[in-house]
Design a protein around this ligand. Structure first.
Ligand code: AMP
Length: 141
């Protein structure tokens, strides 16, 4: 896969960006097609197309910065009564830009944003079976 993305250009200073936060590892900026006003993206400066390619320490920083941004959004002029975090990892998950990014989405009631999806009601043995499979995979990593 071509590792070049618009976010690499943003990190390199080659594309326009409205930055709200920056440190050695992480950049946060306004999404150009916001779901709600104030919608932010937090990205690692290092190139990583997917979570599997990202140093977990930097992944942790994405969440830390997202947490600070959520607090800042609530105290800013952005209409914000709640916040959603969203991260699409992989095409099937809706990822369009292949440079890891955490969406930080300010919410107000009736803003129209939401995840489509209907909860199901699996039986406990089915939950236990999949829990075992995931635990097994965890122990191999
Ligand atoms: P995803 O579907 O999770 O990969 O989301 C990609 C996000 O990147 C979308 O919300 C886009 O609006 C946003 N985006 C794409 N290009 C830019 C850009 N140049 N500056 C800011 N946000 C962008």
């Amino acid at each position: 896969m071509n590792p070049h993305t618009i976010f690499a250009d943003i990190v390199a200073g080659r594309a326009p960006v409205s930055t709200v936060y920056e440190d050695d590892d992480v950049l946060a900026f306004m999404d150009i097609r916001p779901f709600t006003p104030g919608h932010l993206l937090v990205i690692p400066k290092v190139q990583a197309a997917s979570l599997a390619e990202l140093d977990p320490a930097v992944g942790g920083k994405l969440f830390q910065v997202g947490q600070r941004l959520a607090a800042a959004l609530r105290q800013s002029e952005v209409a914000c009564d709640g916040v959603n975090f969203f991260l699409a990892d992989g095409v099937a998950a809706g990822q369009e830009v292949f440079h890891v990014h955490l969406h930080v989405i300010p919410r107000t009631s009736g803003d129209g944003f939401g995840l489509r999806g209907r909860p199901t009601s699996p039986r406990r043995p089915d939950l236990d079976y999949l829990a075992g499979s995931i635990k097994g995979a965890l122990s191999r990593n």
